[in-house]
Design a protein around this ligand. Structure first.
Ligand code: MD6
Ligand code: FE
Length: 192
């Protein structure tokens, strides 16, 4: 479900991204095959998503700093819970991690599905800040022509149930006349 403009006060969220990334810097993780990902990532919460030659997984400590990931900011947790509720997933969505993706010009995310979590009964809440981008929904197969959804800053995408393991991808951030356009994506999950 797309909740258009649901994240109304994006200033609070952007400030929280600054706090999180001051403690756990954005970095370009490598795929298990050794290729750097074009989106820069960090996490907050009880664990953080990670990838290197050992595979995709959730880590309780940030391997870059050796410290726990930053606490989930209240503004993040409140928005995630309100979004899941508005999309019909109940009042009690309590994500234990938020992956923060930063897409600079040309960065994108290829087709994948989110399958490193333990609890697929819980939805995923995904928030777009900064620049817009096109979201591509493939569904049960990685191939075929995807459904395209334009995600604008303040948009919240919630999915779960039968769609929880669907394949999806994200295009590069739209650039303005001056070539500026960085998209931040917050992806909340119950991973542990
Ligand atoms: C992005 N999002 O929007 C990347 N995954 O930049 C995802 O890969 C994603 O938005 C699972 C559920 C929602 C998402
Ligand atoms: Fe995903």
């Amino acid at each position: 479900m797309l909740l258009h403009g649901f994240a109304a006060s994006t200033d609070d969220l952007n400030a929280a991204v600054e706090l999180v990334s001051a403690a756990a810097p954005f970095r370009h993780l490598k795929t298990p095959g050794g290729r750097p990902m074009s989106a820069a990532m960090t996490s907050c919460g009880a664990c953080g998503w990670y990838s290197d030659s050992s595979g995709y997984r959730y880590e309780p400590l940030d391997p870059l700093t050796g410290r726990p990931w930053p606490l989930m900011p209240d503004a993040f947790a409140v928005l995630a819970r309100r979004s899941a509720s508005a999309a019909g997933f109940g009042e009690f969505f309590a994500p234990d991690t938020c992956l923060v993706n930063r897409y600079e010009s040309g960065a994108r995310m290829g087709a994948h599905r989110d399958a490193d979590e333990r609890d697929f009964s819980q939805p995923i809440v995904s928030v777009t800040l900064g620049a817009a981008a096109t979201f591509l929904w493939y569904g049960t197969r990685r191939s075929g022509s995807p459904t395209r959804v334009r995600l604008e800053p303040g948009d919240v995408l919630v999915w779960g149930g039968a769609a929880r393991k669907g394949y999806h991808a994200v295009g590069s951030p739209e650039q303005d006349l001056f070539g500026a356009g960085v998209r931040i994506n917050l992806t909340f999950r119950k991973a542990l």
